[in-house]
Every structure is written in C-alpha cells, then in structure tokens.
Ligand binder design. Structure first.
Ligand SMILES: *Cc1c(COP(=O)(O)O)cnc(C)c1O
Length: 406
C-alpha cells in the first residue's frame, strides 16, 4: 500500500487483527479469574447507552437493590466503581482511612497484604496480624491484638485467592471488632455470592467485590457497600481523600443522585446488572449449594487422581482450589500445557508451588468440571507425573451424584 503519511507524522503501525491473535475456539477460563460469563451478560455488555438520564437511573437503582440482596445489607450505600476489584478496595480504604488512622490489617496472603499496603500509602498507623502459614486467623489472637492495639479499623479478606485459605471465622472476627466500635473492611472479591456473607448480621462496615469472579460478570466494574455507620463517618469526616475518582461523596452524585461524577462504564454496568439479576433468579442459597457441591466434587476428584490439595480442610477455600505442584514439575509448565494442548486456562500462584482452579460463578457447572479435571489429569500425565485419571473422573462423578440437590 502507498504510504500516505504526511511529512512529520508517525506512520500507522501494521497490526494483527484479533482473529489472528485469539484462539479459534475460546479457552475455558478455569483460573482464579476472570471467569466465563453467561450469554445474557455478554449480550448486555454489547450496548452503549447514555450514562445519565431516566434509563440509566432505573438500571442503577436496580443494581443497588440487587446488590443489597447479594451483600445481605439493608444499607442503601452501594456504590459502583469503574475499575478492578482493587479499585473498590482502594475506594473503601481511602474513604475510611487517613493519616494516622490505626488499622489492624489481618493478612493471610497477597491480596490481604494489598489492603495493608494501601493503608500504609495513606499514612495510616498499621499493624499486621499475620495468619499462620496455610491457616486462618485465630479468634483469640485477633481479640488480643484488638485489645492491645485498639485500632479504629480492620481490613480482612474472606477468601485469600492467592494461597486459597479461607477465614472461616470471619463472622466472629467482624463481630468482635464491631463490639469495640472498630470499622471493618472486608475483601469479598472472590467469595461474594459463592458462599454466605451477611454484611449486616456480621457487623461489617464495608464489603468490596469485583465483577470477574464470584459474580461472573466482566472485569472492570466493581462494587463497594458501606454500612450506615461507615457512611455517617464518611459524611462527617473533616478531611478529603486525595483521590478524586475514588471519593465516595463524589461517587454519591452518580450512584444516588442521578447526576455526574465521571462517565460511568455503561456497558460494564449493564453486564453487572445482568449478572446480579441471574444471581437473584438462582437465589443465594441455591447458588451457595451449587458452589459447595461443585468445588468439593472437584477437590475429591483431584485427590482421587493422587494429587494433594495445598491447604488443610479446616482452612480451605472452596471458591478457588489450590493444588500442590508435584516436585518435578513447575506450575508454569502445568498451566502452559493445559492451555496449549487442552484449551483450558488455569492459574499458577505468586511464587508458591501450586496451581489454582477457580470455582466461581459459571466455573461451577458439571460440564466444566469434567473437562477441566480430565485436561488436568492428562496434563500431569504428559508431564510425567503418575496420576490415576479414571479414578479421579469416577470420584468426580460419584461425588456430584451423591450431593445432588433434593
Ligand atoms: C482478584 C482479587 C483481588 C483483586 O481484584 P482485581 O480485580 O484483580 O483488582 C482482590 N482480592 C481478592 C480476594 C481477589 O481474589
């Protein structure tokens, strides 16, 4: 083609089209997120509508109403965030924590540590309460730390996706904090709608989630829910957060007053609306049961093949399954083989010797479990690990049958 570039202008680059880059058949997304999305969510995401006006107002009001159900809160203070789960995390923290706020950061791994880092960057006075390796945070140790440090705020994760630990005692921990008039910020990015979380009953002040995990929506639009208590604090604070985009008082303009803050990610909000609507239709109880049943069956299948789960049962997360990589193979090779040879995408883990298979939202469907476990078994065999594939597949099948909903 003739070069029509004007003197002094950079030429247009030659670029491969997406059809040349993307696989002919989409990979099955069975990692730690993003997860597959239902067709209705994908279709909703195709639309661009006015970000202001009556149609958007009605959609926003429904998103908030459905979110109250999903978060199990009667607090109206739900806000959406254009950004990843981490942006919702930063929004919760940046509106409740400032210079010298005393924050007890309960850390189980990479993501809970991210909250501590965000607090630290704001100049907060933080103390880290580290959970035992491969374990959850102990209630007595937590209460002792609360009584000694007397924090204004705690940050804690419900399910630590990075190493697949689960803070099973979250309700006891947040209730203990609430009794001491301490603000509680809970990261439920991978767990919300996959297992019980009762924001009001458990005395939680801020819950954050992303779109691309438990909710089975697209990445890039996230949610934060504030309690009435947290909202009062935000309204009466004497300081202004440094980050304009994340200021909850400004976000209130869009999410509660039908006016402008920044242009909302309209397509993503529509996708989120559909994802939430599907959760409401399924019902939380049925959804929790589906997640538990599928995750447990997959865990049993993996074990029956002869492989080890990374975390002992009492602290093990269901939303993401961590499997020990056998010594002779690297988790990178496992993920690459799964992806290239079997078109199933799973995750490695931030330097730990494990691979992770997600059990969030649409990942918890029988057909996805069978394909994933089979691909996983074949991958291990290809890499020279001795596995009993028929036994694993049989265990998956019988576990699913025996836990069929009545
Ligand atoms: C994925 C995840 C995050 C971060 O979400 P992003 O959308 O990647 O910012 C935070 N916390 C937990 C528990 C997660 O699983």
């Amino acid at each position: 083609m003739e070069d029509t570039t004007k003197a002094g202008m950079l030429p247009a680059p030659t670029i491969a089209s997406l059809s040349e880059i993307l696989p002919a058949e989409p990979l099955l997304m069975m990692g730690a997120g993003p997860v597959p999305i239902p067709e209705l969510v994908a279709n909703a995401n195709r639309n661009v509508i006015n970000h202001l006006g009556a149609t958007m107002s009605r959609i926003i009001s429904q998103v908030k109403e459905m979110s109250q159900y999903v978060f199990q809160t009667s607090s109206p203070w739900i806000l959406g965030v254009a950004g990843p789960g981490s942006a919702a995390m930063e929004m919760a923290i940046a509106n409740l924590v400032t210079r010298n706020t005393k924050v007890l950061c309960v850390c189980n791994g990479y993501f809970s540590h991210r909250m501590a880092e965000m607090c630290q960057r704001l100049g907060a006075n933080i103390e880290i309460l580290q959970s035992p390796e491969k374990g959850q945070v102990d209630l007595d140790r937590f209460v002792a730390a609360m009584d000694r440090f007397e924090p204004d705020c705690i940050t804690i994760v419900q399910g630590e996706t990075s190493n697949t630990t689960f803070n099973r005692q979250l309700p006891q921990l947040t209730s203990a904090a609430r009794k001491r008039a301490c603000i509680t910020i809970v990261d439920a990015v991978c767990t919300l709608s996959t297992m019980p979380l009762q924001m009001d009953d458990w005395g939680i002040d801020a819950v954050i989630t992303g779109g691309q995990k438990g909710l089975s929506s697209i990445p890039g639009v996230s949610l934060v829910a504030f309690s009435e208590n947290a909202w009062d604090r935000i309204q009466s604070r004497a300081w202004t957060p440094a980050h304009w985009c994340l200021d909850a008082k400004l976000a209130e303009n869009f999410w509660h007053k039908g006016s402008y803050h920044y242009t909302a990610p309209v397509s993503g909000v529509l996708a989120l609306h559909e994802a939430l609507r599907l959760i409401c239709l399924e019902g939380l109880q049925a959804r929790f049961q589906r997640h538990e049943r599928c995750s447990r069956a997959l865990q049993k299948g993996v074990q029956a093949m002869g492989l080890k789960l990374f975390i002992p049962e009492e602290s093990r997360l269901n939303s993401v399954i961590g499997i020990e990589a056998p010594q002779a193979v690297s988790n990178r090779d496992i993920c690459a083989t799964m992806s290239e040879k079997y078109q199933v995408e799973i995750s490695g883990s931030f330097g730990l010797p494990l691979v992770r298979i997600g059990q969030m939202g649409e990942q918890c469907r029988a057909q996805n479990l069978f394909r994933t476990l089979h691909a996983f078994g074949c991958t291990m065999r290809d890499l020279g690990v001795t596995v009993d594939i028929p036994r694993g597949m049989g265990e998956l099948e019988s576990s699913l049958i025996h836990s069929e909903p009545g």
